[in-house]
Structure formats: structure tokens, C-alpha cells
Write a protein that binds this ligand. Structure first.
Ligand SMILES: [Fe+2]
Length: 537
């Protein structure tokens, strides 16, 4: 490349995103398109708004972009109808118009298209603290592969080692189970949560034995639609229908069994693939990316040394594609996920009826201890599916009634767990530590006896939790310190700040609307503490 900035993008299928990377591989900005368009997962959307915001917030001029790195080779991707690669995109000016919203491509700027799994591998490896590592990518599909193993090296780059075609897709299989249970596409996390209601489950089959039974009729380059039909038939034939409303699935033994067996199958396969990646590369350190790496239960079962990025989903390939051209930064702690847009100032008409006082951590700690439920809107937005304290709803973790209220406020199924966020001293005390995976909610782990007794609102039905160890300074860190200073456990419940079905709140208007609709008791908006007139609900 010519030494300018690189604009990484993901634009194909879902989770469109943009990343701005400097010539040394430092990531300056990254965000998903859904945060701007308010269309969850941004199906088929070009990351036009994310690109514009990324350049505006970093101050990088469009003329300074020497390369647009794309995390797909879309003409090979064989996607569902309506997302065809147009022949006119061979003209970079036409592509720049649609993909980036640019009326022209800067002089000297070019497009590069990268293999989707290579881009996932780069996003996982270069974000990690390792110099050399095996890299495992597991998702629905890339251009050809559904599972791939790579070798990653700071000096040698990303080298493919082995891949499996689409009928072996763990993502297809798990999404099909999710749909059979009545959830929507990309709601696989709900299946994982439901699986914990089973006492035990065995894997349904081993992918190592060959193409799994529901996928045997599929072509190597099948589409998701074809796979969904085939797997849907298999689930129907194997289990019969599930007609229980999703809010009550935890009481349906058939639904719980389906979820638990699907989870056991994926977990066993991921464990096998991690072992194979280590064997093939001769490296113990392993990085795991792709959408299936968001299965925090399976990720929590992997032995160290392991790294799972907070952007394992498709948005991460925007950054991975850029890093395939620049190489990545070497950061002992891995890459921070606080890469997105800054907060917007509150306007006079937003939450106009709410009372405003200066925010102090002690005041928020007091409100939490009184059982109030609030949200935090501060600093730069987190990239990825998890809210990590900058766009979070927070509450006390020691009261299941408060947890149940949070689920009602967010329109979540009542059986779904909520996660704890605590200071570093909690790691290994309230829950078993999972090293770097404890930091950004990329793994779950068993709670200790002390954790289960002290934090029942943050304990899932199987005695586990998906924890966040808060190390970055900021509002949540300060509130946790205030709780500790008051003699309380430095832990809060932490869940994403969004109403049912919405992406995480992003613009000021989203924040104000979500706060009203959800019925929050308080909101920390930068340095303001806002409370509804008339007191808590
Ligand atoms: Fe992917």
C-alpha cells in the first residue's frame, strides 16, 4: 500500500461496518452500520453512515484514504437473492457511490477484496496479545469455507492451513436449531441461554465423522436458504414441532432438550477444532473468530492460552480486512472495543421533563443500592454485541426481583440471564477467571459458591455467568469503586442499553427515546445524572 490510511468495510449479508486504520495498523475507529440506521444487524445495508461518521470523528480526510479493504469477495459468496454482485461494481466509481456513499474515489485510492475467513482470522489474531498463534474461524459461511484453520504470525501474516465447506457449517446448524425454537435469525444467543435449563446433554453427532445428517444433500456451495430448509426438515423430523411461546420455552422439556443438544454438539465440535488447530500449527496459543465464537459457553470451555476478540462477528472483518494490508498493532492486553462514536450532547428537548444534577459515582451507587435501574451513556461506543459499560443498563446484582424487572423493561424473555460486571478483584472470587476472555464478556464460567450466594441476580440457572472485569476507567469503573467504598461488593448487573429488537442506543435521540420507553429510574449522560420528574417508577 502507499502509506495512507486504510478504510476497512464489511458490507455483505449482515452486520455492515467500517473501520479506520492508520498506516501502522492502529485502529482509530470502528462501528457497525446498525447503530446509525437503527436496523438490527443491518441486513444487506452498505456501511455508508458508519464510513461518514468514522471519517468525521477521526478527522481523517477522504483524500488520505489510500485503500478500501473489504472483508468479502462478494462475487464468490453466493448469497440469497436480492444481494447479487452487480457487474457495474467492476467500476470503482460506481462501487464507491453505493458502498461508501462517495461521489468519487480519491485519486490513487483503490479497492481490495479479501477472503471472508482470512479477514475474520486477521481480526482475531491481530487483536490478540500473541506474536504467533493458531487461528480458528467458525461462522455460517465465507466464500467457500464454513470452518477454517490458519496460522497467524506478526511477521509472517495469516496463512490458511485447512478449511471445511459449507455443509459442515456449525453456524448453519445452530441457526437452524434457533429457528426451530421460534427465535429469529442471529438470535442464537437465546438458544445458548435456554440450553442451560437442561441438566445434561450429549452431542447429536460429530462433524469429524463426515457431513452431518441434516446437511448431506447440500452442495458444497449451498446458500443459507438451502441449508435452512434442509436443517429445518431435519429438526422437524427428529424432534417434531415446537409451538411454545418463546417467553415460556424454559418450561418446555422438548425445547430445552433441543437447545441443550444443539449446544452440546457445537461445544464438542469447537473443542475438537481447537485441538486440531493446535495440532496442525504446533502452537498452543489459539485465537477464535467468526460468529460462532460468540458462543460464550463454548468459548469458556477452551483451555488457555486463548483469545476471543470482542468483535468476532461479521462486523469484525472490516478491521480484519484492513489489518491484512497493514498488519496489526502489538498490544499486550489486546485491542479495546471502545472504538465507536462519541456520545452526543443532550439537546433541550431530550428528556426535558427529567431532573438533572451533576453526576457523582457515590450518588449512582446509592441509587443502585436502593434497587433503582439506570443506564450509562458515556465515552466512545463499544463495538460488538456486548455493551461494556459505555452504552449499558446497570442495576444491583444481588436481587432477582431487580433482574426480572430489567428483563421486563427490555422486553426480554424472563428466563434469560443477565451478566455481572465487576472490578478486577472480583475475578476468580465471584466467578472462575477466564483470563482475557473475562474482560469483554467473550466467555462464561462457573460462579463460585460466594458468587452464587452474593450475586443471585447475575447467576444463570446452571450456576454460570458471562462476566466482565472492568479495567478501563470511566463511569462504571468509578461506580464500582464507590460501591466498594460503601462496603458493598463492587459488582453491577450490566446489559445492553436498548429496547426490545433495537440496536444498542447510539445517537442522543435514541438514548432519550429508549430511556423513556424502558422506564429507567436514572440515566448518566456524560457528566449529567438525569432522573424522571416524580421519582423512580
Ligand atoms: Fe462471517
Amino acid at each position: 500500500m502507499s502509506g495512507g490510511y486504510v478504510l476497512g468495510v464489511n458490507w455483505w449479508f449482515h452486520d455492515g461496518a467500517a473501520a479506520v486504520v492508520d498506516p501502522a495498523g492502529n485502529v482509530l475507529w470502528m462501528a457497525e452500520e446498525e447503530r446509525f440506521t437503527r436496523h438490527r444487524h443491518g441486513w444487506g445495508e452498505f456501511p455508508v453512515a458508519a464510513v461518514a461518521a468514522g471519517l468525521a470523528e477521526t478527522g481523517v480526510d477522504r483524500e488520505e484514504i489510500s485503500l478500501v479493504a473489504v472483508g468479502w469477495q462478494p462475487w464468490l459468496a453466493n448469497h440469497p437473492s436480492g444481494q447479487a454482485w452487480r457487474p457495474s461494481y467492476a467500476d470503482p466509481a460506481v462501487l464507491a457511490q453505493d458502498l461508501l456513499g462517495w461521489d468519487r474515489l480519491p485519486a490513487g485510492c483503490t479497492f481490495s477484496f479479501f477472503d471472508h475467513h482470512d479477514a475474520h482470522a486477521a481480526s482475531a489474531f491481530y487483536a490478540s496479545p500473541f506474536d504467533d498463534a493458531a487461528v480458528l474461524v467458525v461462522d455460517g459461511h465465507g466464500e467457500r469455507a464454513s470452518v477454517s484453520i490458519h496460522r497467524g504470525g506478526r511477521r509472517t501474516g495469516i496463512t490458511p492451513v485447512e478449511c471445511y465447506p459449507r455443509p459442515f457449517s456449525l453456524g448453519y446448524f445452530y441457526e437452524a436449531a434457533t429457528r426451530h425454537l421460534g427465535f429469529r435469525l442471529l438470535e442464537a444467543g437465546k438458544t445458548m441461554g435456554l440450553a442451560s435449563y437442561a441438566l445434561a446433554a450429549e452431542p447429536l453427532f460429530a462433524f469429524a465423522d463426515g457431513i452431518p445428517p441434516g446437511a448431506r444433500a447440500l452442495r458444497a456451495d449451498c446458500t443459507w436458504d438451502e441449508a435452512a430448509t434442509a436443517w429445518g426438515t431435519w429438526f422437524q423430523d427428529t424432534y417434531g414441532p415446537v409451538s411454545t411461546p418463546t417467553a415460556c420455552l424454559h418450561r418446555d422439556p422438548l425445547a430445552v432438550r433441543i437447545a441443550a443438544q444443539a449446544q452440546a454438539t457445537v461445544a464438542a465440535e469447537l473443542a475438537r477444532l481447537v485441538a486440531r488447530a493446535r495440532e496442525l500449527t504446533g502452537l498452543d496459543a489459539v485465537c477464535i473468530g467468526g460468529g460462532v465464537a460468540q458462543n460464550c459457553v463454548a468459548m469458556g470451555a477452551v483451555d488457555e492460552p486463548v483469545y476471543v476478540p470482542p468483535f468476532a462477528h461479521d462486523a469484525g472483518v472490516s478491521l480484519g480486512a484492513a489489518w491484512l494490508t497493514t498488519g496489526g498493532p502489538v498490544l499486550p492486553q489486546g485491542v479495546s472495543p471502545y472504538l465507536g462514536a462519541q456520545t452526543q450532547p443532550r439537546t433541550a428537548d431530550q428528556l426535558a421533563g427529567w431532573m438533572s444534577v451533576d453526576y457523582t459515582p457515590d450518588l449512582v451507587a446509592d441509587l443502585l443500592r436502593c434497587g433503582q435501574v439506570g443506564a450509562v451513556y458515556t465515552g466512545r461506543a463499544e463495538v460488538g454485541a456486548r455493551a461494556l459499560g459505555h452504552r449499558s443498563v446497570i442495576a444491583r446484582p444481588d436481587d432477582t426481583a431487580v433482574r426480572d424487572r430489567v428483563n421486563r423493561m427490555k422486553g426480554r424473555e424472563p428466563w434469560r440471564p443477565l451478566a455481572p460486571a465487576g472490578l478486577a478483584e472480583c475475578d476468580g472470587v465471584f466467578w472462575d477467571s477466564r483470563g482475557s476472555r473475562s474482560r469483554y464478556m467473550t466467555a462464561s464460567a462457573p460462579m463460585t459458591d460466594l458468587g452464587r450466594s452474593s450475586l443471585p441476580g447475575a447467576t444463570h440457572v446452571d450456576g454460570t455467568c458471562r462476566m466482565q472485569v472492568v479495567r478501563e476507567t470511566g463511569v462504571v469503573h468509578d461506580v464500582l469503586r464507590a460501591l466498594r467504598g460503601g462496603g458493598h461488593d463492587p459488582v453491577v448487573l450490566n446489559t445492553s442499553f436498548n429496547d426490545r429488537g433495537d440496536p444498542i442506543a447510539h445517537a442522543g435521540a435514541d438514548v432519550a427515546a429508549a430511556a423513556e420507553r424502558m422506564g429507567l429510574d436514572f440515566l448518566v449522560w456524560d457528566d449529567e445524572l438525569l432522573r424522571p420528574a416524580g421519582g423512580p417508577r
